[in-house]
Design a protein around this ligand. Structure first.
Ligand SMILES: [Mg+2]
Length: 128
């Protein structure tokens, strides 16, 4: 029987766990500081560059899914991880431009979803 390339029954966190084993957990604030430093030194800290970069990288992610789905191939998680990283880079650059910490973005998103949908995530609620 042919495997469904869109099946996600494996451990979705295994890649993350392996990276954490190899390199340690990367705090979100440390990543933000790294992005801020990089865009300052590469001169690509302009908002328009970050916005265009974000759009382009989202397109690359879409393209990866489209091509693999069209051809019945399994998703390459390593490639998806790289594209999500590209998206995260430009997202972080936009947040930095606006003086918003990525941590604030994540927290505000959780708060918004809980306020909208009700407290439906017991694991998050327990951490409060
Ligand atoms: Mg890319």
């Amino acid at each position: 029987m042919r495997m469904n390339p869109w099946d996600r029954t494996g451990d979705p966190d295994e890649g993350t766990k392996e990276l954490n084993r190899q390199h340690g957990v990367l705090p979100i604030a440390e990543y933000s500081a790294w992005v801020k430093n990089r865009i300052q030194h590469h001169g690509n800290g302009q908002l328009v560059i970050a916005l265009l970069g974000l759009g382009g990288e989202v397109g690359e992610l879409f393209e990866h899914y489209k091509k693999n789905r069209d051809r019945g191939r399994p998703i390459d998680k390593a490639a998806i991880r790289l594209e999500l990283g590209d998206i995260l880079f430009y997202l972080t650059a936009i947040a930095e431009h606006e003086g918003i910490a990525l941590q604030e973005v994540a927290r505000a998103n959780i708060d918004k979803l809980i306020a909208r949908d009700g407290v439906n995530n017991e694991r998050y609620k327990e951490r409060q």
